[in-house]
Design a protein around this ligand. Structure first.
Ligand code: ADP
Ligand code: ZN
Length: 288
């Protein structure tokens, strides 16, 4: 069987054809311009490929409530061309196949749960730290949507001692994303994040904010594993720092085997940056 997959991001759209094992058979990528420019290219890609269904893992906020009149829409996104855009409806009409739909981060989590490092877990978190910060959550074996979907990058954090950065989030200033996403690192230190690789101070501070957020997620959601992806997490030196600081912050209050084996609890994404598109394949499989 051939399944269509779309990882819809604010800068690029990755389209692919995958099989029932999550194997990517073919792929292409288009810059995210306006819907009028970008949608026909994606529809052309899928048109003659005999896909049985399509899965979309999408940047947000999006409407995931099947009872809602705007189910399948991208809603209040700052990408204004895509605001209130019926992305699911447009693909359904053009391709005439069932369409599965979820957030980009739930998609990545689903990829990891199905084919990656979170197989056999029922409660897991996938966090991306890149241009923004977002989290996907599985709880009791189901992807969490709730009222909207989690927006875990926008929780308020306590400023670390000596930090006077005003934060980059237009809504909250010094929320997690405002303090620790790629653009915040670059504004704070005046250099591309990748060029700061050797500056210890940068990653000490970055890991402190990530650890604050993870400690809150551990205490509120009780995940069995936390997977960290996105461009910033390519700085692998962050992992030992984050693990150490999470242990310090939990301060002995949580004593599970998972926390004792923290190297296997807070882990990098395992699918070579294909977790998102593979998750979209799984969304398609589930929709078919
Ligand atoms: P997006 O979030 O737009 O999908 P990424 O996850 O690649 O894309 O995130 C891009 C951000 O990650 C940029 O702000 C960039 O500075 C940062 N970034 C990308 N690669 C690296 C790297 N190797 N080391 C540190 N930061 C990186
Ligand atoms: Zn915010």
């Amino acid at each position: 069987m051939r399944y269509g997959a779309l990882e819809a991001g604010g800068t690029k759209m990755i389209v692919a054809i995958g099989d029932e094992n999550g194997k990517i058979l073919e792929r292409a990528s288009f810059p995210t311009l306006t819907p009028a420019e970008t949608m026909p290219k994606m529809i052309d890609f899928f048109k003659d490929k005999e896909i049985v269904s399509l899965g979309i893992a999408c940047f947000g906020p999006i409407d995931l409530n099947k009872e809602s009149k705007t189910y399948g829409y991208i809603t209040s996104t700052p990408k204004l061309d895509w605001k209130n855009y019926d992305i699911v409806g447009e693909f359904k009409r053009a391709l005439n196949v069932p369409v599965g739909f979820d957030t980009d981060v739930n998609g990545s989590l689903l990829g990891e749960i199905t084919w990656g490092c979170a197989q056999n877990k029922t409660d897991a978190i996938y966090l991306t730290i890149g241009t923004g910060i977002g989290g996907g959550v599985m709880t009791n074996g189901k992807l969490l949507h709730g009222m909207l979907h989690p927006e875990m990058g926008h929780i308020k954090l306590a400023l670390e001692e000596g930090d006077s950065y005003k934060g980059k989030c237009p809504y909250h200033g010094t929320c997690f994303e405002g303090l620790a996403a790629g653009p915040a690192i670059e504004e704070r230190w005046g250099k591309k994040a990748v060029e700061l690789a050797d500056n210890k101070e940068v990653w000490e501070l970055e890991s402190a904010y990530i650890a604050q957020a993870l400690s809150s997620y551990i205490l509120t959601l009780s995940p069995q594993i936390i997977i960290l992806g996105g461009g910033v997490m390519h700085q692998m030196q962050l992992f030992p720092l984050i693990r150490k600081k999470v242990i310090e912050q939990l301060n002995g209050y949580i004593n599970t085997d998972e926390i004792k084996n923290i190297d296997e609890y807070i882990v990098p994404a395992s699918l070579n940056d294909d977790q998102g598109i593979m998750g979209a394949v799984k969304l398609a499989i589930d929709a078919a």
